[in-house]
Design a protein around this ligand. Structure first.
Ligand SMILES: C[S@@+](CC[C@H](N)C(=O)[O-])C[C@H]1O[C@@H](n2cnc3c(N)ncnc32)[C@H](O)[C@@H]1O
Length: 356
C-alpha cells in the first residue's frame, strides 16, 4: 500500500533516518516514491496493523497516512468526486487540511466543501471530536521564493495528497514521561524523544537485549523498555545506579539488570543485540577533549566485545570529538551520523556504529 509520512521538521536528517531504521527493524519492505519538506511518500509491503505498529514508536514522525489519491490544488474537487467514498468512510468522519509550511490555503472553506461532499456520498455523519475516520488533504510540493533578505516563503502548492489517517503520534507519551516527573531526576537526563530515536537507530527488536553502559537516570532504557526489550544498564555513579532502578520500577518494568560499574570493567554473561548510550561530554574542550576521547575509545572497545556481530551501537557525543579518531583500533565503523544544534557552543552528534 502507499503511505504518506509526516515528519517532524525539528531536525533535518534524524526523523527520516529514524523512520527508515524502524522500517528495517520491523522487516517492512519499502520504496521511497517522493520526498518534500516534512513528507515522505512510500510504497510499503505491509498491512494497516503493521503500519500502525511502525508509527506507534517513532519519536520524530507525527502522522502516517494511507494515500488514497494524489492530485493538484486545481483538480482537487474532480479527484474527490472520482473516489468511491463508501469504500473509505464507513462511520463518522472529519476532513482536515494540512498544509506543509506557510502557503496560503483556504483551510476552512475546503474542509467544509469536501466534508459536505463526502457526507452526501458516504451517508455518514461528520464528527469533529470523535470521528472514526480522519480524511486529510495534505498540501505539499511547494513553490518557494526567496526575497532580497534571503527569507523564503511559499507562493503555492503543486500537490494535494488525499489520505486517511492511520496513526498519529501520542504526544502525551513524551509529555507524561518528562524526566523531572520521574522518582529520580538529574539535570543531565536525556529528552525522551531523543532517547527513543536513539533506541530506534540502534535497530532494537522486540525481546532483544539493549545495553546502556552510561545509563544515568535511565532515560534511554525507559524508551527501550516500551519496545518490550530486555534492559541492561550500568553507571559509574552509585546514585545513578540506584536512580535508574527506581525509575525503571516506577515505569512498571521488571526485565532489567542494572550494575554499578565503570564501563571499562563491565562484565556481561551474554552478548547484547544493541547498545544506545550518551556518555559524558567532558569539559576539556580546550584540551581538545583528550580525556573524553580516551574514555570513548576504551568504552567502545569494551562494549564491542559484548555486541553481537550484527548489532548496532547508537551514541551521542559532542561535536568537538572526532569519532573517526575515537574508533581507530576498534572493530567498529560509522554507519551514519546526524547533528543536533543544542546551543551556540554545543552541537550533539548522533552516530550509528556497526562492526566492520
Ligand atoms: C550524560 S549522562 C547520561 C544521561 C542519561 N542518558 C539519562 O537520560 O539520564 C552520562 C553518565 O555516564 C556516567 N559515567 C561517566 N563515566 C563513566 C564510566 N567510565 N563508566 C560508566 N559510566 C560513566 C555518569 O555517571 C553519567 O551518569
Amino acid at each position: 500500500m502507499e503511505i504518506t509520512v509526516i515528519l517532524s521538521q525539528e531536525n533535518e536528517t534524524l526523523p527520516r533516518a529514524e523512520l527508515l531504521a524502524r522500517l528495517g527493524t520491523l522487516n517492512i519492505k519499502y520504496e521511497i516514491l517522493n520526498e518534500y519538506p516534512g513528507i515522505v511518500e512510500l510504497e510499503v509491503d505491509a498491512t494497516k496493523d503493521e503500519v500502525s505498529e511502525l508509527g506507534a514508536h517513532l519519536a520524530y514522525t507525527h502522522e502516517i497516512l494511507y494515500t488514497i489519491k494524489k492530485t493538484t490544488p486545481e483538480n482537487l474537487q474532480t479527484a474527490i468526486e472520482s473516489i468511491d467514498w463508501t469504500k473509505y468512510v464507513k462511520d463518522s468522519f472529519k476532513v482536515r487540511v494540512k498544509r506543509m509550511g506557510n502557503g496560503d490555503v483556504d483551510k476552512d472553506g475546503i474542509e467544509r466543501n469536501i466534508g459536505g461532499y463526502i457526507k452526501k456520498e458516504s451517508q455518514m455523519p461528520v464528527s469533529l471530536d470523535n470521528a472514526v475516520h480522519t480524511i486529510k488533504l495534505v498540501y505539499t510540493d511547494p513553490e518557494v521564493v526567496t526575497n532580497e533578505y534571503k527569507e523564503t516563503s511559499i507562493t503555492s502548492y503543486n500537490k494535494v495528497i488525499i489520505t486517511e489517517l492511520i496513526i498519529e503520534q501520542n504526544k502525551r507519551h513524551f509529555f507524561d514521561n518528562k524526566p523531572h516527573k520521574r522518582p529520580y531526576f538529574h539535570p543531565g537526563s536525556m529528552s525522551p524523544k531523543l532517547a527513543l530515536c536513539m533506541v530506534n537507530l540502534a535497530r532494537v527488536h522486540e525481546n532483544d537485549t539493549l545495553l546502556d553502559p552510561f545509563c544515568g537516570t535511565g532515560g534511554i532504557l525507559i524508551e527501550a523498555g516500551e519496545l518490550n526489550t530486555k534492559l541492561i544498564g550500568s553507571d559509574i555513579e552509585k546514585q545513578m545506579y540506584e536512580g535508574t532502578k527506581l525509575n525503571l520500577a516506577a515505569e512498571g518494568f521488571s526485565d532489567f539488570k542494572i550494575m554499578w560499574e565503570d564501563v571499562r570493567d563491565l562484565k556481561l554473561d551474554k552478548k547484547v543485540d544493541a547498545v544506545a548510550m550518551d556518555p559524558p561530554y567532558g569539559i576539556s574542550t580546550t584540551l581538545g577533549g583528550d580525556d573524553t576521547k580516551q574514555l570513548y575509545h576504551e568504552a567502545l572497545n569494551a562494549i564491542s566485545s559484548y555486541l553481537k556481530d550484527d548489532g548496532y551501537i547508537c551514541m551521542a557525543s559532542p561535536h568537538y570529538i572526532d569519532l573517526n579518531e575515537v574508533i581507530e583500533g576498534t572493530p567498529l565503523k560509522i554507519k551514519e551520523q546526524h547533528s543536533i544544534r543544542m546551543h551556540k557552543s554545543l552541537t550533539r552528534i548522533i552516530t550509528v556504529l556497526t562492526k566492520k
